[in-house]
Write a new protein. Structure first.
Length: 313
């Protein structure tokens, strides 16, 4: 659950590392000062007491002559504070200007060059194409990263051909290597690993006639991920870790709400073993029925997600 807000002295807070080129808009602060009722708590980094989001609300409180303000603490690494500030400011309150968003994207590209264009776009509210243009315009003499981190939190090689070659070598060394292991070691999607293995076993080049350009850094298509393979090779905890690392979920309230919702409903096969022996006999039929109904609802949920994915492809 999200931490409850706390009241602190405004004098104890430190100014935000704001993504706004012009830190404060006094007219906006005056407007907030006239709002009746409570404003949302200011977001503050607990360890440093640095404001992450809410400088206008603080200014409004000072204009009303208040010395205290309600805050909600966050506990994230300091290097993620600017990213969180961008995300919060980009999607609510006084909108970031186009110049603010572009400047924020340029800064994130410097601090996190391994992030994909789409991951940065999700954080700043820019189009991925715009982020790509900023990346190219800010190119330096530094060697580019060999991989990028996509919106799903997974690393992928910038050159898909290199990932295919690595996978091809793994298949040649041991054709029985599980697809999941090949995909992980080579940094490619499960579907690409399957394609590479088929090509190698047919004696074909794993790269020829395949997409050798840079991959778009997104999750492997739903159609490539078979339910049985997931059950065999990926635990629910592992998949949850992938979602928890996804910037487009971590840095906004709807995303965090989704993560909390999923986290409270996950059950692994080993979780219920002890419950079987402890279950009162007269309850077993009802609980078994309940489990089937819940399972059916999850399957409907999965099918709806897959249908939506296919419709958008």
């Amino acid at each position: 659950m999200e931490a409850e807000p706390e009241v602190v002295l405004i004098s104890s807070l430190h100014a935000a590392d704001s993504p706004r080129l012009q830190s404060e808009n006094l007219d906006h602060a005056r407007m907030l000062a006239q709002v009746e009722g409570e404003l949302p708590p200011v977001v503050v980094h607990r360890r440093t007491m640095r404001v992450v989001d809410g400088m206008h609300r603080i200014r409004a409180a000072l204009l009303r002559g208040e010395e205290q303000i309600e805050v909600r603490y966050v506990d994230v690494p300091e290097q993620e504070l600017f990213l969180l500030a961008v995300r919060l400011n980009a999607h609510h309150g006084l909108p970031l200007s186009s110049a603010d968003r572009r400047a924020a994207a340029a800064r994130i590209l410097t601090s996190h060059p391994q992030w994909s264009d789409r991951a940065i776009a999700a954080a700043t509210g820019l189009a991925a194409k715009t982020v790509s243009g900023i990346r190219q315009g800010n190119a330096t003499d530094l060697a580019p990263p060999e991989t990028r981190i996509g919106r799903d939190g997974r690393r992928r090689p910038l050159c898909a051909a290199e990932g295919r070659r690595s996978a091809g070598e793994l298949v040649k060394a041991n054709p029985r290597t599980p697809l999941r292991q090949i995909a992980k070691l080579a940094g490619i999607s499960l579907g690409t690993a399957a394609d590479v293995r088929d090509r190698v076993l047919r004696g074909e080049d794993p790269v020829r006639n395949a997409k050798a350009r840079s991959e778009s850094f997104e999750s492997a298509p739903v159609a490539e991920i078979k339910t049985a393979e997931l059950a065999d090779h990926r635990s629910a905890a592992m998949m949850m870790r992938i979602l928890l690392a996804d910037p487009s979920l971590r840095f906004n309230e709807p995303g965090r709400e989704l993560l909390r919702w999923l986290g409270s409903r996950i059950i692994e096969s080993g979780d219920w073993q002890a419950m079987v022996d402890e279950m009162p006999t007269h309850c077993t039929g009802t609980v078994a029925d309940l489990a089937r109904r819940c399972g059916s609802s999850w399957l409907e949920f999965a099918e709806e997600l897959e249908n939506r994915y296919r419709a958008s492809a």
